[in-house]
Every structure is written in C-alpha cells, then in structure tokens.
Design a protein around this ligand. Structure first.
Ligand SMILES: [Zn+2]
Length: 546
C-alpha cells in the first residue's frame, strides 16, 4: 500500500511539474513582454500638454564599456500653458545638463521620469527646443526583441556588433522621449559616433559622415517621415550594405538595402530578391510601400527581428518557413508587413495593439494567396487558427501598456478575425476597405488609429453594422457556438444560441452549400444528412470541426 502511495505521489508530482514547466514555456514564448519599463499606458497629464515634432539624437556608443553618452534635442509644441515639461528616460542615465531654448534649466530625474522646470511659464502654441545631455549604461537585452535593450554582441571575427530593440520598453531606455504611441514626431535625426572601423545604419537616409576626432566617425542619419519612438533605431557593426532597387508604382526608384555582416554575406542578394517580390505583392493589397522617398532597409541583427521603420531587424539567418510545398522567409514577410501595419498605420494606444500584429499577420496569408492561390491562403489561416490560446481578449477598452496588451493571440486570432471579415464583407468590399485603411490620410502617417476607426470604415463601406462582430472577437474570448439539432429523420435545426445577432455562414447539406444568416432562432433544414456549418473555417467557432 505504501509503495502504491509513493508511486502515486511521484506520478502526480511529475505531472504537476511538467504542467508548470509547460505553462512557463508557453508564457516564455507567447506571454507578455514582462518588461521592467512598460511603454505607453495612460498618457500623463503633463505629457498631454505638448507634442513632439522632432528628435535629434546625438550619441557616442562605446561597445568596450557598454555605455552611451551624448545629447538629444527635442522639439515640442505646447498645447497649453506649461510650467513643467515631462519626458521619459530610465534612471540608468546621469544627466549633466538640460537647456530649454538654449537656457540652462533645473530638472528632476527620478522613477524613469524627467521633469524640467523652465524659468518662466511656456505659453500655448510655442515651439520649444529642449536639449538633454546624458550618459550611462543602457539595459542589456534579456530576451530580445520581447524583452529589449542593447545587444552588445560580437561578430564571428570578434568585432563589435551592437543593436537595440525596445518595443516593450519604449525608446526611453536609450534617449529621452515622450514614450507614448499617440505622438509620432514628423521626423528624426540619428547621429551616432563610433570607432571608424565600424559602420552605423539607422532609419531613413545617410546624410553625411563626419570625423569628430581621431579614429572616430559620426554617421548622420535622418528620416523625414513620422515615426514612433520604438521604431527609431540603429545598428553598429562591420556592415557591408548590399543594395537592390525597388521600383515604385509611379516609376521612381527606391534603394532596397541589406546591412549585412561578412559572415552572412552569402544569401544577402537572394534575401533582397525575396523582399522585393514580397513588397510588390503587399502593395497590391495595402498600397504603395510607405517610405519610397527613403529606403527599404534590412539590418542583420543578433536577435530575431523587429519592424524598425526603413531598418527592419533581421536575425532569421535565411531560414525558410514551409507552407505545404511552398517556402519563404516568414520573418522577413512578417516584419515587412509592419511597414504598413504598425509603422504607417499606428494604434494611438497599445490597447489596439492587435491592429499592428493581427492585420500584419493576416498580410502573410495574402502573400500566400497571391503567390500560391486560395488553398495556400486557407492552409496559412489554418496554421494561425491552431496557434490561438484564447485565454483573454485581444483588444482592450481604455489605456494599456505594452505589457498589458501583448499576447500571442494578437497575431493569430487577430489574423483569423480579419479572415472572417473577408468572408462577411465579400472580396470586393473587403479588399477595398483594407486598402483604404492602409492608405487614407486620416488613418496613416502622423494620424493614429483606434479599433473604432476600422469598425466605422467597415460599417460605412458595407452599409451594415458589424459592431457586434468586432466586439465578440476582439473584446471577448467567446466564440459562436454552432448548435445542430436533429429534429426528425429528415429535419435538422441550426442555431447559434450564445450570440444576440446574426452571422452569415456557409451551410452545406445534400449537394448544396447555402449562405444562411444564423443566430439565436433556429433555422430548419429538410435533409436526411447532418448539415455542415462553415466547412471552410471562415470563423473561429465551437465546435471546431478541424
Ligand atoms: Zn509583428
């Protein structure tokens, strides 16, 4: 008896341990960012009183001591009378001086916040230049890009290879900023000084390279497009730019550049060819590549990837993803999609993070549709569907930080929801709506979006009210429960008892498929065979027949 108890104990203990390990693993892969300094959330009342129009970042980066030093100039426009300017900057840094319109100014730096006290009140609608001089050791990336920071790596030959990622943390981990997605500056300058044996790549265009002192170079990069703070980025290494040409729809040429290390040089051209092919597909659905006046850029990084604007972090080592008999670089495809979804169309609050990840992920299936046809598209959607946890909703009311909002289902469930919209709206309205959301100036560049913008657009274009459909799939984790009841030998009733609206679904029985509106009230079908509902899986629903 004792033996049995002992073994039962061991077995139960092992199962529990396995369960805990599995959950920890799932969290590691799919859970929140778990950032020490989450980004976004409720915009503070002081930060709501101005808008940033320009960041001018000037930093010397020293891989040896893993430190950075320099200054950032921030141009702001006041939206009310302002006696205190608040920025975000983590406490790792010490500040040597702050100037407001070239005048030395008092400040307080604590709890990752920077409060600056101009000598006199700044009036409404004033453009103000704030210059912050600082130095220190940035946090090292623990699990980039999910838990970001600096990657102080070395390439195969022992040369410095430095990158930074901070979607979860915001740019406050390396320069002072207004760390909130609602405010994109019109432009940004990234001036990075390093040992002259190294190359620096950053967003936008390289304007100039200067020599500030012996054995050093400063790379002056500038982007003239609105950009979210976490997308401002650079990479340092023995980079060799490999360049191809993207031809825009209007015939103009844009460089497509891969900043690659010698160790990854073989394969760089092929990757760029693949990238161009993907860009030409995406623009059919989402409109022109958003940054044609600057470049399409890929940066060889020592972490997996991130959608840095015109400088996509690429650390996938040319690994292909297999979709049936087809294969392509899924990371490249995904991150590139963010140039539209996330970078050009930006959620003004992380509570609508799903717009970035969900529509971007859906875009991958559109690539499969365009290249390989309808079946490949459905296979890709099915791949997403099998990777949904459905633990919690994917959109939130009110404010959310990156930590609050981030989870695996933003990608997969978000993509499946857009797939549902394709069925519900029909191809002509659906594709028109998707493109309009990616191209209309009210949703793009410096204008940010919320989920309600997409709901309104869908309702307007379709002439129907789909608010409840959005509510169901985005703001709850309920699925429609399809109930099929056998009434007599020749009659079945179909209903969806758990929703208070009607959804069109394909119902197949005998030899026909009909699109029927299903809801609480049962629909009666005369057939001796059990009907099948939504055989093609346009919906996430219960029971899941697949
Ligand atoms: Zn993504």
């Amino acid at each position: 008896m004792k033996k049995i108890l002992k073994w039962t104990g061991i077995i139960i203990g092992s199962i529990l341990l396995l369960g805990i390990l599995l959950l920890a693993g799932l969290y590691w892969y799919y859970g929140g960012f778990g950032s020490e300094y989450p980004s976004g959330g409720k915009l503070s009342s002081l930060e709501a009183q101005y808008n940033v129009s320009f960041y001018d970042i000037n930093l010397e980066i020293d891989p040896q001591s893993k430190s950075i030093a320099g200054y950032t100039e921030i141009k702001i426009t006041t939206c009310s009378d302002l006696d205190t300017i608040e920025f975000d900057l983590i406490d790792n840094y010490s500040i040597s001086k702050i100037m407001v319109n070239s005048i030395h100014t008092k400040y307080l730096h604590e709890n990752h916040k920077l409060f600056i006290f101009p000598e006199s009140k700044l009036p409404l609608n004033q453009i103000v230049d704030v210059s912050i001089h600082y130095s220190g050791e940035p946090p090292e990336a623990k699990r980039p890009p999910w838990q970001g920071g600096f990657n102080w790596s070395k390439d195969e030959n022992g040369n410095p290879w430095v990158g930074v990622s901070c979607q979860g943390e915001g740019a406050k981990i390396w320069f002072p900023c207004k760390d909130h997605p609602s405010n994109e500056p019109d432009s940004a300058a990234i001036n990075i000084t390093v040992a002259d044996t190294l190359f620096v790549a950053a967003n936008g265009l390289l304007k100039n390279v200067t020599i500030p002192k012996n054995n050093y170079k400063t790379y002056h990069w500038f982007t003239g497009y609105p950009i979210n703070n976490y997308l401002i980025n650079f990479g340092i290494g023995k980079y060799e730019p490999v360049e191809k040409i993207y031809t825009a729809e209007n015939g103009t040429h844009t460089p497509a550049v891969f900043y690659v290390l010698p160790q990854m040089r073989d394969g760089a051209e092929a990757l760029l060819d693949q990238a161009l092919d993907m860009l030409y597909v995406y623009r059919k659905y989402f409109g022109e590549y958003p940054w044609i006046k600057e470049k399409f850029g890929l940066l060889n990084t020592d972490y997996y990837g991130m959608e840095h604007q015109t400088l996509i972090a690429y650390g996938n080592k040319y690994k292909n993803f297999k979709l049936g008999e087809h294969q392509f670089d899924k990371l490249l495809l995904h991150e590139m999609g963010h140039e539209w979804w996330g970078n050009k169309v930006t959620a003004g609050n992380w509570s609508d993070f799903w717009i970035h990840e969900g529509i971007c992920t859906y875009g991958e299936a559109l690539y499969a549709l365009d290249k390989y046809g309808e079946q490949a598209y459905h296979d890709y959607i099915s791949y997403f569907r099998k990777r949904i946890f459905n633990f919690s909703p994917i959109a939130f009311n009110g404010d959310a930080t990156t930590d609050d909002a981030y989870n695996n289902d933003l990608y997969t469930k978000g993509a499946c929801f857009i797939h549902t919209l394709r069925y519900v709206l029909g191809d002509s309205i659906f594709f028109k709506t998707l493109k309009q959301f990616a191209t209309d100036s009210v949703y793009t560049f410096q204008n940010t979006v919320v989920t309600q913008d997409l709901i309104n657009l869908v309702n307007r274009n379709s002439g129907n009210d789909y608010t409840k459909l959005f509510q169901l799939y985005l703001y709850t984790n309920d699925y429609p429960i399809v109930q099929i009841d056998s009434i007599t030998a020749n009659q079945f009733n179909i209903s969806i008892p758990n929703i208070d609206f009607e959804l069109p679904m394909d119902v197949s029985y005998a030899d026909t498929t009909q699109r029927l509106l299903l809801g609480k009230n049962p629909i009666s079908l005369q057939t001796p065979f059990r009907p099948q509902v939504d055989r093609q899986n346009w919906y996430l629903k219960e029971p899941d027949e697949d």
